[in-house]
Design a protein around this ligand. Structure first.
Ligand SMILES: CC(C)(COP(=O)(O)OP(=O)(O)OC[C@H]1O[C@@H](n2cnc3c(N)ncnc32)[C@H](O)[C@@H]1OP(=O)(O)O)[C@@H](O)C(=O)NCCC(=O)NCCS
Length: 181
């Protein structure tokens, strides 16, 4: 395990949901997510702890190590082949720009390539979501392409970058770099 540890990924709880609801509901965080955010607090409190996706998906709360505060959410989602999956994540606006998103992606790679046994991890970011692309590239992801008209969001078709990192690339980084995040 690499040890900068600005954040931990913690299995989601109802308490996390209560803390995170104001950070996601009707905020600009949803502008760059596939998901448009919860329709209501009731819906979020019901769905957040277990998630609504496939049982193989792993859903976490991003918790700041310094003070134990929930700051966002991250999911790791095996695909058609369980060895190839993708990640999705968000950090609440008051907590952005402090390196927590970068650290969360670093932790996610440890889980995905470690206990989940993945060989390839991908992530998609809407064209223009440069903060997300930045945190992926800081973690060794490479841009693999721009998918045009990838996503229909709020009535508009959006282009999306796909980025990825292989197990071999990640292992080489872990071997060669002191733990940055
Ligand atoms: C993307 C997101 C998770 C980043 O979280 P964060 O905690 O702010 O990330 P960090 O602080 O670790 O790093 C942000 C990096 O992006 C850079 N950045 C921020 N805004 C930027 C912009 N508009 N253009 C280019 N780079 C930008 C920062 O400078 C920083 O890079 P640096 O450390 O080299 O200076 C957060 O902005 C977020 O939740 N956005 C809304 C939801 C979302 O887009 N999720 C991802 C979907 S693909």
């Amino acid at each position: 395990m690499r040890g900068g540890r600005a954040v931990e990924l913690v299995p989601r709880t109802a308490e996390h949901a209560r803390a995170l609801f104001p950070l996601i509901f009707r905020t600009p965080v949803c502008d760059t997510l596939l998901w448009d955010g919860p329709a209501s607090e009731e819906e979020f409190l019901r769905d957040y702890p277990l998630g609504k996706g496939e049982p193989s998906h792993r859903h976490f709360t991003i918790v700041a190590t310094a003070d134990g505060v929930p700051v966002g959410s991250l999911s790791i989602r095996p695909g058609t082949w369980p060895e190839r999956g993708d990640i999705g994540y968000w950090v609440g606006i008051p907590f952005q720009g402090r390196g927590l998103g970068t650290a969360a992606v670093a932790r996610a790679l440890e889980v995905a390539f470690g206990e989940m046994g993945m060989l390839k991890v991908e992530a998609c970011a809407f064209l223009g979501n440069d903060a997300s692309i930045r945190i992926l590239e800081k973690n060794g992801f490479r841009r693999e392409g721009l998918v045009r008209r990838a996503v229909l969001k709020r009535g508009r078709w959006l282009d999306e970058h796909i980025l990825g990192i292989t197990r071999e690339e990640w292992e080489a980084r872990v071997r060669s770099e002191p733990d940055p995040y």
